[in-house]
Design a protein around this ligand. Structure first.
Ligand SMILES: Cc1ncc(COP(=O)(O)O)c(C=O)c1O
Length: 495
């Protein structure tokens, strides 16, 4: 088995490189330097996975129409600077220099300072009226909960309500396939805890949801990010294949984790036909496929996607786990989520959670029943709010930082913004903190530390006033940082 995170074909690399001879500040750079510089940018931006095998020199020289000596010299430069490693007899593999390998910690707020603008999380504000109604409904029923209330599987009425919801969306589901968890994050942590052993391989998208990286890292897994294509998402435009499915076949991971709907942080939407292909590859490789549908309901410009599992064959569904929650469509303060899994896995996970949190709070679960079954939810209102927030954030970005770019996502709660050449997300986020603005830097979303320095995730779930003020502060922080200079990470090749 080839242990490379991915294998780049010459055509694929040529496409990713784009017009590489004219990048940077000098189009008269020697070709070897320009090529090395462009490959290094692609690695740092997470577009080429760390550990990917680069094409052999001769086919690449043909694809790029440059001499083989140029390719050899560019690869040598990359190796010297720590962005590649040559393995005798197997080829040249991408890498990151040692000094970039520290994983950044999360920038969460630990202060009730009312002047602080917190854009570190993408989650809606409490829906006061609905929350009051659902809480009153739940409080009325609390006395009906008999016994000691430690139910590791979840309240039967909530498991039924979640199962009914899947069934109504076209995916027949039994309550026995549902495990209630502490938010979708609780489901992810449980999967990492129960199913992953030290050294197991876990495939994730590059970039991916920051806390998932931490959950699987804590389980001592080896994470393999599979880069999403800026234009074609999960599909490799050159080969018409799905690199994540190919990587599953090649690496035989323990878990494949995917956010198919309005992916966090990019907002991308996986076409339903890819679900079946990914699930087939995962099952054949003996992997568990964990599809995260936490954001599925936040469909802004398209209909709510069908359940991921609807496109998966019954045989492949034996290895499929799906998590979801009310965190985005209702409120994250209700710490209720769920995992849909084969019932035998539900039993195992229910047993495993005892040492973690024993069971979910009964009152929160009853509120979730009210939201799901009694029509006290806010799905459509959330979408209206999110669309308005997105428009406000985009307008503020155009006003304050016109040189930043992004793709407007068809759903979800955040923009994945690309900063100007040479700008560094970590320094900017740090400086923003001194201006009373809390953000998560791009590298938090990269399983390979040091990647995504040129990106920033900006949620638009906050109020319009907070978004506008947040962007004003961000622009002030950017000005305070001074003119864009090539950062240390990006300077070494040119020097
Ligand atoms: C993709 C994804 N999964 C899971 C979660 C966690 O959700 P919950 O609040 O339900 O734990 C989030 C929250 O941001 C998320 O974006």
């Amino acid at each position: 088995m080839d242990g490379a995170a991915s294998v780049l074909g010459p055509g694929q690399l040529a496409r990713l490189l784009g017009p590489w001879r004219v990048v940077g500040d000098s189009s008269r750079q020697p070709a070897r330097l320009a090529l090395a510089e462009r490959i290094r940018s692609l690695i740092l931006d997470g577009r080429i996975a760390v550990g990917a095998r680069l094409p052999a020199e001769r086919p690449l020289s043909e694809a790029l129409q440059v001499s083989r000596t140029t390719i050899t010299a560019a690869y040598t430069l990359l190796v010297e600077q720590g962005y590649a490693a040559a393995r005798r007899g197997s080829g040249t593999f991408t890498a990151l220099p040692e000094r970039l390998l520290a994983r950044p910690t999360g920038g969460f707020r630990d202060s009730e300072n009312p002047d602080l603008i917190d854009l570190s999380c993408a989650g809606p504000a409490a829906p006061t009226a609905e929350l009051r109604a659902a809480t009153a409904w739940a409080a009325d029923r609390l006395h009906l909960e008999s016994g000691n209330a430690f139910r590791p599987y979840g309240l039967p009425e909530l498991r039924e309500a979640v199962a009914e919801r899947y069934t109504a969306r076209g995916l027949p589901t039994e309550p026995g396939q549902i495990l209630v968890t502490a938010g979708a994050q609780g489901a992810i942590s449980l999967v990492a805890r129960l199913l992953v052993r030290q050294g197991d391989r876990v495939l994730v998208e590059g970039p991916t949801y920051a806390n998932v990286i931490d959950s699987f890292t804590a389980a001592r897994a080896r994470l393999y990010p599979v880069p999403l294509d800026e234009a074609t998402g999960w599909l490799d435009g050159a080969s018409g294949r799905i690199p994540m499915a190919q990587a599953a076949s090649r690496l035989a991971p323990r878990v494949v984790y995917s956010i198919p709907h309005f992916h966090n942080p990019t907002g991308m939407l996986m076409p339903p036909e890819h679900a079946g292909q990914l699930a087939r590859a995962a099952r054949r490789a003996g992997a568990w496929l964990l599809a995260d549908e936490t954001i599925t309901d936040i469909a802004l410009d398209v209909p709510v996607p069908p359940p991921f599992a609807a496109g998966v064959s019954p045989a492949d569904a034996e290895r499929l786990l799906v998590c979801g929650s009310l965190g985005k469509s209702f409120w994250g303060g209700i710490r209720v989520g769920w995992l849909r899994a084969p019932s035998r896995v539900v039993h195992e996970l229910a047993a495993a959670r005892a040492s973690l949190d024993l069971a979910s709070p009964v009152i929160d679960q009853l509120i979730a029943v009210a939201v799901l079954r009694e029509g006290m939810g806010v799905d459509e209102a959330r979408r209206v709010e999110a669309r308005a927030g997105r428009a406000v954030l985009e307008a503020a970005l155009r006003e304050w930082t016109p040189d930043w770019t992004w793709h407007t996502p068809p759903g979800g709660l955040s923009l994945w913004v690309q900063l100007a050449e040479g700008e560094e997300s970590t320094s900017l986020v740090y400086r923003a903190g001194t201006h009373g603005l809390v953000l998560q830097s791009g590298p938090r979303f990269g399983a390979d530390p040091g990647t995504y320095e040129r990106f920033l995730r900006l949620p638009y779930s906050q109020t319009p006033e907070m978004l506008r003020e947040g962007m004003r502060r961000l622009a002030a922080a950017r000005t305070a940082l001074g003119p864009v200079r090539a950062s240390e990470a990006r300077r070494d090749l040119v020097a």
